[in-house]
Design a protein around this ligand. Structure first.
Ligand code: SF4
Ligand code: SF4
Length: 456
């Protein structure tokens, strides 16, 4: 069935006609969409190296159709959000060496409470764009340049959050959630919690924290002490940090420019086929039992390998970075995730990795997309991993737990087990953006339309 409706996030004038001036074009105007050239102007033309111009061609491909604006989830919540098209347009000038106002442009976007840090990294604009502009990718590049090159400290805690996240993972191998909030608001050190801004946030979060403790979702000890990976793993994770962050320049892969020099292996359309072949269904059925849920929850972010006859927990390897480490340093996030993939690939007979967390799934999918598509990049990342004797090989299948439930057990089988159906309960289920996006990376096909599955 084809549904035709007016574009989203824009006022409807009549029928299918929306007022693009009021939203889309207004936002484009906000970012000064013209070149502010370096002065003094040369006598003849500006000489620009080829690579820099190729770099901005991706954003130049934008046809201003507004499809990304129409689909943007952050804009639904905050109509003042600058939005994906305008932000991609901004990179067109921030990436252009002839423009003289890179820092001013970035500072403006970073300080705007509806700007650079309002994007929730949901992939919607990436999927909507008919021209492969990858607005979300451009936003992440803007963030990397703002913090990594210009060290812009914004009033929206974007830079502090990124620094706090990356350093907590470096210190512990995993994220220490209780420490993230105070450091994001109060400054990236243990003393951050004593800053007035952090105190205010901690106080406003107190009801949620207390409720979580009382309902057994968080133990006091677990919240106050960092979760750590084993010392040997932590040493390797820290060595990766040293190598990647010690480079003179950040190494980034833009697939639009570098191209895919190898066909990407598509994830199997249905993991159920593998499961049936190897009788794994029984195991996954057991994972559905409530008593085993806590065990599954502990896999958060670290993934486990589903081996031929039973799923094996490979143990915590390190945080996936949840997209935040990638916006700090793309190569760092990709190398940490490649290490986890490589370790899973070493599990004897393993055919896929299972991830329990939606956000980790998204972060790993993104890393894997780059690693699988470009052999040169993969070799570069593997060079860092070789210090530990590891190598990531293209094509590790990585699925989220919920998809394994849907594909291997099936919605009908799950429904038949329901003892107390929640009929007439009006809920807005949150399964996480990354459970269903990016669809091509996840191998979600028509047979398993995400929306249908989620609504059921
Ligand atoms: S990633 Fe999501 S929130 Fe961010 S700009 Fe794109 S659609 Fe909007
Ligand atoms: S969807 Fe793509 S082409 Fe259309 S406005 Fe957004 S970035 Fe430009």
């Amino acid at each position: 069935m084809i549904e035709i409706e007016p574009m989203g996030n824009m006022p409807v004038i009549k029928d299918l006609i929306v007022d693009m001036d009021a939203v889309h074009w207004k936002k484009i105007q906000q970012i000064t969409p013209w070149l502010l050239p370096v002065e003094p102007a040369p006598e003849r033309e500006y000489i620009v190296d080829r690579e820099s111009m190729v770099d901005v061609t991706q954003t130049m491909a934008c046809i201003q159709c507004g499809a990304c604006v129409s689909d943007c989830l952050a804009m639904e919540v905050d109509p003042l959000f600058v939005g994906p098209a305008a932000m991609a347009k901004s990179y067109r000038f921030v990436g252009d060496p002839r423009d003289d106002k890179h820092e001013a442009r970035l500072n403006h976007l970073a300080q705007d409470p509806h700007g650079l840090y309002d994007c929730t990294h949901c992939f919607k604009c990436v999927e909507a764009c008919p021209k492969g502009v990858n607005p979300m990718g451009q936003i992440m590049r803007l963030r990397r340049i703002a913090t990594g090159d210009f060290h812009i400290k914004d009033d929206n805690n974007g830079e502090r959050h990124e620094q706090a996240f990356a350093s907590l993972v470096k210190e512990n191998g995993l994220l220490w959630e209780a420490e993230l909030l105070p450091r994001s608001y109060g400054g990236n050190s243990w003393w951050g919690k004593f800053a007035p801004a952090a105190g205010k946030e901690l106080l406003s979060s107190l009801p949620v924290i207390l409720k979580s403790v009382m309902r057994g979702k968080v133990g006091i000890g677990g919240a106050l002490k960092p979760h750590k990976i084993p010392a040997q793993d932590l040493k390797q994770v820290q060595a990766i940090y040293e190598t990647v962050e010690g480079r003179d320049e950040r190494y980034e892969l833009n697939l639009y420019i570098a191209g895919e020099d190898e066909p990407r292996p598509r994830p199997p359309p249905s993991a159920a086929r593998i499961a049936r072949r190897h009788h794994e269904g029984r195991l996954l059925a057991r994972l559905c039992e409530p008593r085993l849920h806590p065990r599954a929850a502990r896999l958060d972010g670290q993934g486990c390998a589903a081996a031929r006859h039973r799923a094996r927990r490979t143990g915590p390897r390190c945080c996936t970075g949840a997209g935040v480490i990638a916006e700090h340093n793309q190569e760092l996030a990709d190398t940490l995730n490649a290490r986890t993939f490589a370790l899973a690939q070493q599990v004897d007979g393993a055919e896929m990795m299972m991830n329990i967390c939606s956000t980790c799934q998204g972060a790993q999918s993104e890393a894997q997309e780059r690693l699988d598509a470009n052999a040169e990049y993969r070799a570069h990342v593997n060079e860092t991993l070789s210090a530990e004797g590891l190598e990531y090989m293209q094509g590790c299948t990585n699925k989220n737990f919920l998809w394994l439930l849907v594909e291997e057990i099936g919605l009908d089988a799950l429904s038949s087990k329901v003892k107390r159906p929640l009929t007439n309960l009006r809920v807005g289920p949150f399964y996480g953006c990354y459970i269903v996006r990016p669809t091509d990376r996840l191998g979600i096909d028509e047979e398993h339309r995400a929306t249908t599955t989620c609504s059921r």
